[in-house]
Design a protein around this ligand. Structure first.
Ligand SMILES: C[S@@+](CC[C@H](N)C(=O)[O-])C[C@H]1O[C@@H](n2cnc3c(N)ncnc32)[C@H](O)[C@@H]1O
Length: 257
């Protein structure tokens, strides 16, 4: 039976690659490398460094490049644009697995951070399996995601006593503060969604490039000065490096629930 390993590799620092992930990397006969059209050279280099540092015999592992289809980020209908993109990803992965993974071989995909959070790998693999043309067993190896690194950097727990935490994309925060929570982690915020909720009496814990040598951290009461500072630091960094990934926790100063 074919096997497929979906390996979380952490969010930057090769030290975040777990012992389980290293064992999985060394189990793979074929490493499927998904190449995004706009992928940053720096992230490719990091993936290469992880492989060369941890795979004991790289010559025993075939690398297969799988081109990731373009995603229509300008589409009005967000959900249908994502579904269309996932379907085209499943087409590409199904074809690669059928052509490149032998009946008794083990394949692996490397996943940024942890595969369970804002990553479509697991959904795409489920789609491929549901189609029924290629069959395989699969296993997920957890990784250290940006949210855990953010909390560790600020030396804070994500929840407060008996409280809930919500993780949301910036797109939804722009619709307003979510009901029923005092602590919200925001990811995938290309703009400054925190401005929409600035009058909620919040603290912000903001981190960019977490786990990399360029890591940036800012925190404090979410007032005009700090929002300006975050925007300035973020714009400078994006300009300097050409890309940015940032995550933040918004915390109500007075816990209501
Ligand atoms: C497609 S999601 C992937 C999340 C990933 N699976 C994880 O576990 O962190 C990309 C978002 O994750 C966050 N992110 C990923 N890596 C990051 C890093 N090194 N520093 C800060 N935020 C990061 C950002 O919010 C970014 O927009």
């Amino acid at each position: 039976m074919r096997r497929l390993l979906l390996i979380g590799i952490g969010v930057g620092d090769p030290a975040y690659v777990t012992v389980e992930a290293i064992a999985a990397l060394n189990e793979a006969d074929v490493l499927f490398v998904v190449e995004k059209p706009d992928e940053r050279r720096e992230l490719v280099r990091l993936r290469e460094e992880i492989c060369s540092r941890y795979i004991e015999d790289e010559s025993a592992c075939r690398i297969v490049h799988v081109a990731d289809p373009e995603r229509d980020r300008g589409a009005q209908a967000y959900r249908s644009a994502v579904e269309d993109w996932r379907r085209r990803r499943a087409d590409a992965w199904e074809a690669a697995l059928a052509a490149e993974l032998g009946p008794d071989e083990c394949g692996a995909f490397l996943v940024w951070g942890d595969p369970s959070l804002y990553d479509s790998t697991l959904a795409v693999v489920d789609d491929v399996l549901a189609r029924g043309s290629v069959s395989f067993e699969h296993r997920v190896i957890p990784g250290i995601g940006s949210v855990q690194v953010l909390a560790a950097r600020f030396r804070i727990p994500l929840n407060r006593v008996g409280g809930a935490v919500q993780i949301t994309p910036g797109r939804l925060l722009r619709e307003g503060w979510p009901a029923g929570v005092d602590d919200v982690v925001v990811m995938l915020d290309a703009t400054s969604a925190f401005r929409v909720v600035a009058d909620e009496g919040l603290e912000i814990y903001w981190g960019a490039y977490l786990g990399t040598p360029d890591e940036l951290l800012l925190s404090g009461p979410l007032d005009e000065a700090l929002m300006d500072e975050i925007e300035r630091v973020r714009a400078d960094a994006r300009e300097r490096k050409g890309w940015i990934m940032d995550t933040y926790l918004l915390r109500r100063r007075r816990q209501v629930r």
